[in-house]
Design a binder for this molecule. Structure first.
Ligand code: GLU
Length: 311
C-alpha cells in the first residue's frame, strides 16, 4: 500500500501508541548538547511527491548527526567518482559500533570498512570538493538546500562546539588514518567540517523530502531533474540497507526492510524506491545507538504499509 493513504490522525494515533518505547532508551552522553534535548520529543513526517503527512513534533529542529553521512557520501561521489571514493573507504558492513578504531588496525590497507561508521564518514568528508573547510561545508549546505528546497537550513553552532570539545575519539580516528595515508591535509580543519556536517539542523519534513529524492533515484519531484545521479542514489540506498542502522542493520533489514539511516540525536531517515521519504525524531537511544521509539515507529509503519523492499 502506498504511503499516500496515511492520514495525519492515523499517524498521530500510531505515534501515541509507540511513544512509551522512548522510555526504553537513554540520552546520549558524549555530546553534552544532545544530552540536553527533550526526551519526550517525537515527530514524524512522511512525504511522496507533493503530499506530506506530519504528526507530533514534525516542525522541531534537530541536528542530523550520522544521518548527514548519507548526504556527504552522495556529494563526495558526485565530486570525485566511485573509483576515488572507494579507494579510501570500503563497502562492507560491520558488527562493530560506529566509533570503533580496532578495525582500522586489522584491515590492510587500513581503510575504513564503510562510509557509515565514523572513520569512513570522516574519510568521505575529506573528499568533498573545496579549497578550504569553509568551502566544503558551504557546498554541503548548498546541496542540502537544493535537496530540501529550504534555504534556511543551517548549522547549530552550539551543538558543533559541544561536539568539538568532546571529539578526541574522532580526532584519534582521523590522525590514525592520516598516518596510514588514507586521508591527508589538516586534520583539525577536516574535523571541523565533519562536526559541522553532523550539526546541520532541520526538521522531519525537510528530512522526509531528502528521503523521497534519494528513494526515487535522486529525482526532484518538483523540477523532474536528477539532483543526485541515479547510480549514486542507488549506492547510497544500498549502504543505508547494509550499514544504516549501525550494528542493528541486519535485524532492521529483516523487520522493516526500509533503506534507513539513524543518528545519535535520535534522528532517522527512510528512503523508499517509490519516492516515499520518512523523517523521524525521538532522542532516547537504544543500546546500539538507534532511536528507540523511532526504530519501532519505522518498523511498525513498514509492516503496516508493506514497505519492505525485500517482498
Ligand atoms: N557526531 C557524531 C560523532 O561523530 C555522530 C555519531 C552518530 O550519529 O552516530 O560521534
Amino acid at each position: 500500500m502506498n504511503s499516500l493513504f496515511i492520514e495525519e490522525k492515523e499517524l498521530d494515533a500510531l505515534m501515541k501508541s509507540i511513544q512509551p518505547y522512548a522510555k526504553k532508551g537513554s540520552m546520549p552522553e558524549y555530546i553534552p548538547e544532545l544530552n540536553k534535548m527533550d526526551p519526550d520529543l517525537f515527530g514524524c513526517a512522511i512525504c511522496n511527491e507533493d503530499s506530506m503527512t506530519a504528526a507530533g513534533d514534525a516542525d522541531y529542529l534537530f541536528t542530523l548527526q550520522s544521518v548527514s553521512k548519507v548526504i556527504s557520501l552522495a556529494l563526495s561521489l558526485m565530486d570525485q567518482g566511485e573509483e576515488v571514493v572507494f579507494s579510501k573507504v570500503g563497502m562492507e558492513p560491520t558488527g562493530d559500533p560506529f566509533h570503533t578504531i580496532h578495525a582500522l588496525e586489522e584491515e590492510k590497507p587500513s581503510k575504513p570498512l564503510n562510509p557509515m561508521i565514523n572513520a569512513g564518514a570522516i574519510a568521505v568528508t575529506s573528499l568533498i570538493a573545496g579549497k578550504s573547510g569553509e568551502e566544503k561545508i558551504g557546498r554541503l549546505l548548498t546541496f542540502i538546500h537544493e535537496l530540501t528546497g529550504n534555504p534556511a537550513i543551517s548549522i547549530c553552532e552550539k551543538t558543533a562546539r559541544s561536539e568539538k570539545e568532546n571529539a578526541d575519539l574522532n580526532r584519534a580516528l582521523s590522525y590514525f588514518m592520516k598516518s596510514h595515508q588514507v586521508i591527508d591535509g589538516d586534520m583539525e580543519s577536516l574535523l571541523d567540517v565533519y562536526i559541522k556536517q553532523c550539526s546541520i539542523q532541520m526538521n522531519c519534513k525537510d528530512l522526509a523530502r531528502i528521503g523521497s529524492i534519494i528513494g526515487k533515484k535522486g529525482r526532484d519531484p518538483n523540477s523532474g531533474r536528477n539532483i543526485i545521479p541515479p547510480r549514486i542514489a542507488r549506492i547510497v540506498k544500498t549502504f543505508m540497507v547494509t550499514c544504516g542502522m549501525y550494528n542493528a542493520s541486519g535485524e532492521f533489514a529483516i523487520r522493516a526492510g526500509v533503506p534507513a539511516k539513524s543518528g545519535v540525536s535520535g534522528a532517522m531517515l527512510g528512503a523508499l524506491p517509490d519516492g516515499t521519504g520518512i523523517g523521524i525524531i525521538s532522542p532516547p537511544l537504544d543500546k546500539k545507538g538507534n532511536s528507540a521509539a523511532g526504530l519501532k515507529l519505522l518498523e511498525t509503519l513498514s509492516q503496516k504499509y508493506k514497505w519492505s523492499i525485500f517482498t
